[in-house]
Design a protein around this ligand. Structure first.
Ligand code: PEP
Ligand code: MG
Length: 765
C-alpha cells in the first residue's frame, strides 16, 4: 500500500484515497497550472497509524460516551482523542515514505540545495494541510478548524504536523456533524507543499472591478510576499490586460515603500524598499502577460471569475490560491401579516416564531430552551449562551448598537431592540413571531412568505458581484461563522471581550486571582482560530473594551465599580492603562499568536482621546511584542478625530472609525437610550465632517483608514466613505455582501464621473 502519492498519480475522483482538497489540487496541477510542488499522505497512512497504535477501539469508546446535548462533553472527547493521536507513534513504514518524499523535495532543484546550505539550514519550508475525504467533514470543520501549518521545516516537524492534521478530524464540530448525520467513519489525507518564497507577488482579478463589462484582467503586484497587499501597507502596481488579445492596456506604478520577505529562520520580516525600486515596475511585461494568461485559463477551468493569489520565485510564477467571487442574495418576499403586538428597532435581520421566555435577571436565563423567543429588558453580553439557544430576541431597551444587538447579528439570530415594554406586554409561554426586518412582533405563529437568506455563503454565477478596490472586512466577536473568511479581506474589528463571557469569568478577575496565564490562553485559543481562518488577511484585535455595567454577572463582575455613566466611563484604553497587567496579558496573547506564525494579527486601541495613551500602550508593548506587529487606534471621540494628526505623528499604522461611539460623543446622544434613537444619526453632518477630515489627514501620513462601527454596514453611508477615499470597510457578517455591492457601485460611479468629466473638459477645450 502506498502511504505517499504524488499529484501525477492522483485523479480528481480519488477523494477516498487522498481527501478532497488534495484531489482538487492534483487536478489543478495536471491541468498545467504552476502550483508549488507537493505530495500527499494518503488516507491509508492514517488507517495504518490507527491500526498499529490500536487507536480505533479507543476512539470509538470515547465517542460512544459523549453526551451530545452537552457541548462540554463533546469538547472533552475531542481533546482526549486529539491527545491520543498526538501522543501515538507514527508507524515506521509511513514515516519512511514521508521522509523520503520530503527529502526528494529538498533535492529536486540543485540550486535550492545550495541555497539552503548557504543559509545554514538543511530543509525546505513546507505547508502541511489536512484534506478530508468527505465534503461534509470539510463543511463541518469550518475554515478555522481546517488545520494548516505554515513554514514547517525538518522531517520530524513535518511528520508531527501530519499527525496534527490527522487529529483535526476530531474537532468538536466535526465529531458533532458526523454524529448528526449518522456517519461512522471518516478518513483524512494530508497535503505537504513547498512554501514559495516570493520575490514578487500579487493578486489578480479575472474581471476588472471598476469595469466588469469589458472583461479585462486586473493584476496588482508588489515586491516580496503578498502580505503587503493584503495588509494594505503599500500601493501596489496595477496592470490591466485585455483577456482576448493579451495586450497590456494600462500600467500604473505604485509606491512600494516596504516589502515583506522571509528570513532564514522562516520568520516574515518587513523591510524598507531601496529608493530606486520604490516606483519601479514590479512585474516585467512578459510576466504580466503570462500571469494574465493563467488567470484566463483558471477562470475557464472553473467556469467563473476568480480572485487569484500568485507569487514569483526565481522567475517562476506560482498559483498560490484561487477562489470564486461569491455573493449572497438579499432576501425578498412579502412581510408576514397578523396582529402586531409591539414594535421596536430591527437589530439583527430574520424572521422567527417561538415561545416567549421572559428573563428579568440573568439568574433566570436557565429557563430559555432551544427555539424560544428570549424577551428581556436590556440585552447584555452575559446572555450569550442563552441567546445562542433562542430563535429570536426581543428587548425593552437598548439601541441597534448595543452589544447584545451586535452579538445577535453575529450569531445570525433575529433581534428587535428598544420595544419599550416587551417584558410587560408579552406573556411567558405565549407564541409570537418576530419580524426583525421591520421590527414588528406579531401574535402567534405567522406563516412567512419572505425567503430567508441562508446562513452560509451561496455561490451563484447569476448573483456575482465584482471584486472591489476598497477592501471589505468583517466585524467578529467569536470564532464562529468563519466561512466568512473566504468572502472578506480580513477582520476589521475583533471584539475580544465577548469571547471571554463563555469562560464565565470577568477578565479583571483573572488578574486579581493571579491567573494571568489562563487569560492569555483563553484569548490565544479563541483568537488563533479566527486568525488562522483568515490568514494571511489582517485581523485587527481590539483590546478589551467592556463597560463596567456589562459583565456584572460574570465571576468577579460584582467587583466592578458602579458608574453613573458607564458609556463615558472606565473602559477601553483608559482602563487598560490603569490596570497594566490586563493590557500586558492581551499583548502576551498577541505575542504568542505571532510566535505561532499568525503574523496577520494587529492591535487596535479603543476609546483613545490623547496620543499620550497611544505612546504609553506602545511603550508597554515594546517589551512584549515584536516590532512588526501593526498598531492602530479607533476614532470614536471628537478628541481623537480633531487631533488625529498628532496620533499619526506619534505613530499608527491604521485608524478605524467606531461610529457607534463617535456618533454618541459628537451628538451627545446615549447610544443605548431608545428614547433618543431617532437622534442617533450617524450621517449627521458633524459626524461626516469629522470622518472626511480624518481620512484626508491620514492619507497625508500614509495611515490606513477603515470603519468598524454599525455605519459600516449601511450601504448608503459606505458609498459616502468610498467617495471620501476610505481604504477598507468592516461590516457585520450579515451585511458583507450588501456592503460589497455598495462599494462596487460607488467605485464604478467615481470612475464614470471621472471619465465623463474628462470628456466634457476635452470638448470644452
Ligand atoms: C464603535 O464604537 O463604533 C465600535 C465599533 O465599538 P463598540 O460598538 O464595541 O463600542
Ligand atoms: Mg466603541
Amino acid at each position: 500500500m502506498r502511504y505517499v502519492l504524488y499529484p501525477e498519480n492522483v485523479g480528481k475522483n480519488d477523494v477516498q484515497i487522498v481527501g478532497g482538497k488534495a484531489a482538487n489540487l492534483a487536478e489543478l496541477i495536471k491541468s498545467g497550472f504552476p502550483v508549488p510542488e507537493c505530495f500527499f499522505v494518503t488516507v491509508e497512512a492514517f488507517r495504518k497509524f490507527l491500526a498499529e497504535n490500536e487507536l480505533e477501539p479507543r476512539i470509538r469508546k470515547v465517542l460512544s460516551e459523549i453526551d451530545f446535548s452537552d457541548q462540554e462533553s463533546i469538547m472533552r472527547a475531542s481533546s482526549e482523542i486529539k491527545r491520543m493521536i498526538l501522543e501515538a507513534e507514527m508507524p515506521g513504514s509511513v514515516k519512511d515514505e514521508i521522509l523520503k518524499a520530503y527529502s526528494s523535495m529538498m533535492y529536486a532543484d540543485g540550486s535550492e540545495e545550495i541555497e539552503f546550505i548557504k543559509a545554514g539550514r538543511d530543509f525546505p519550508f513546507v505547508a502541511v494541510r489536512s484534506s478530508a475525504t468527505t465534503e461534509d467533514v470539510e463543511k463541518a470543520s469550518s475554515a478555522g478548524q481546517q488545520e494548516t501549518y505554515l513554514n514547517v521545516r525538518g522531517g520530524e516537524n513535518v511528520c508531527y504536523s501530519v499527525q496534527k492534521c490527522w487529529a483535526s478530524l476530531f474537532t468538536p464540530r466535526a465529531i458533532y456533524y458526523r454524529h448528526k448525520h449518522g456517519q461512522k467513519d471518516a478518513g483524512i489525507g494530508v497535503i505537504v507543499q513547498r512554501m514559495v518564497n516570493s520575490e514578487k507577488s500579487g493578486v489578480m482579478f479575472t474581471v476588472d472591478p471598476a469595469n466588469p463589462k469589458n472583461r479585462n484582467i486586473v493584476i496588482e503586484a508588489v515586491f516580496g510576499l503578498g502580505e503587503t497587499i493584503v495588509q494594505g501597507e503599500v500601493t501596489p502596481d496595477r496592470y490591466v490586460v485585455d483577456r482576448n488579445t493579451g495586450e497590456i492596456l494600462e500600467k500604473k506604478l505604485g509606491r512600494k515603500i516596504v516589502e515583506r520577505v522571509r528570513d532564514p529562520t522562516g520568520k516574515t520580516v518587513k523591510r524598507e524598499v531601496e529608493p530606486e525600486r520604490v516606483e519601479a515596475q514590479v512585474l516585467s511585461d512578459e510576466e504580466i502577460v503570462k500571469t494574465a494568461a493563467y488567470g484566463k485559463k483558471i477562470e475557464e477551468h472553473y467556469g467563473r471569475p476568480q480572485d487569484i493569489e500568485f507569487g514569483i520565485e526565481k522567475g517562476r510564477i506560482y498559483i498560490l490560491q484561487t477562489r470564486a467571487v461569491t455573493v449572497l442574495d438579499s432576501p425578498e418576499g412579502d412581510e408576514p401579516e397578523g396582529e402586531v403586538i409591539l414594535t421596536g428597532s430591527p437589530a439583527s435581520p430574520g424572521i422567527a416564531s417561538g415561545r416567549v421566555k421572559i428573563v428579568l435577571h440573568p439568574g433566570e436565563l436557565g429557563k430559555v430552551e432551544k427555539g424560544d423567543v428570549l424577551v428581556t429588558k436590556m440585552t447584555s453580553p452575559d446572555f450569550v449562551v442563552a441567546m445562542e439557544k433562542s430563535a429570536a430576541i426581543i428587548t425593552d431597551r437598548g439601541g441597534v448598537t448595543s452589544h447584545a444587538a451586535i452579538v445577535s447579528r453575529e450569531l445570525g439570530i433575529p433581534c428587535v431592540v428598544g420595544t419599550g415594554n416587551a417584558t410587560s406586554v408579552l406573556k411567558d409561554g405565549e407564541i409570537v413571531t418576530v419580524d426583525a426586518y421591520t421590527g414588528r412582533i406579531l401574535r402567534g405563529e405567522v406563516s412567512v412568505k419572505r425567503e430567508e437568506a441562508p446562513a452560509s455563503p451561496v455561490s451563484s454565477p447569476a448573483s456575482w458581484v465584482p471584486p472591489t478596490v476598497t477592501r471589505v472586512k468583517v466585524n467578529l466577536a467569536f470564532p464562529e461563522r468563519l466561512e466568512i473568511a473566504e468572502r472578506t479581506d480580513g477582520v476589521g474589528l475583533l471584539r475580544i471581550e465577548h469571547m471571554l463571557t463563555k469562560s464565565g469569568k470577568h477578565p479583571a478577575e483573572y488578574i486579581r486571582q493571579g491567573r494571568k496565564d489562563e487569560l492569555v490562553s483563553v484569548l490565544f485559543d479563541n483568537i488563533s482560530r479566527i486568525a488562522r481562518a483568515f490568514y494571511p488577511k489582517p485581523v485587527w484585535v481590539r483590546t478589551l473594551d467592556a463597560r463596567t455595567d456589562e459583565y456584572r454577572h460574570l465571576e468577579g463582575g460584582e467587583k466592578e465599580p458602579k458608574e453613573d455613566n458607564p458609556m463615558l466611563g472606565w473602559h477601553g484604553i483608559r482602563r487598560d492603562l490603569d490596570e497594566p497587567e490586563l493590557l500586558r496579558a492581551q499583548f502576551e496573547a498577541v505575542r504568542k499568536l505571532h510566535e505561532a506564525g499568525l503574523t496577520n494579527v494587529a492591535v487596535m486601541l479603543p476609546f483613545v482621546v490623547d496620543p499620550e495613551e497611544l505612546r504609553k500602550a506602545k511603550e508597554l508593548a515594546s517589551g512584549i511584542l515584536p516590532e512588526t506587529v501593526r498598531f492602530g487606534i479607533m476614532v470614536e471621540t471628537p478628541a481623537a478625530a480633531l487631533i488625529v494628526e498628532d496620533f499619526c505623528k506619534e505613530g499608527v499604522d491604521f485608524v478605524s472609525f467606531g461610529t457607534n461611539d463617535l456618533t454618541q460623543t459628537v451628538l451627545a446622544v446615549d447610544r443605548n437610550n431608545e428614547r433618543l434613537s431617532k437622534m442617533f444619526r450617524t450621517d449627521h453632518p458633524a459626524v461626516l465632517k469629522l470622518v472626511r477630515r480624518v481620512i484626508r489627514i491620514c492619507k497625508k501620513y500614509g495611515v490606513e483608514t477603515s470603519i468598524c462601527g454599525e455605519a459600516g454596514s449601511d450601504p448608503g453611508f459606505v458609498e459616502k466613505l468610498v467617495e471620501f477615499g476610505i481604504d477598507s470597510v468592516s461590516s457585520n457578517v450579515d451585511a458583507v455582501d450588501r456592503v460589497r455591492s455598495a462599494i462596487a457601485r460607488a467605485e464604478m460611479r467615481l470612475v464614470l464621473e471621472k471619465i465623463r468629466k474628462e470628456r466634457s473638459d476635452g470638448r470644452e477645450r
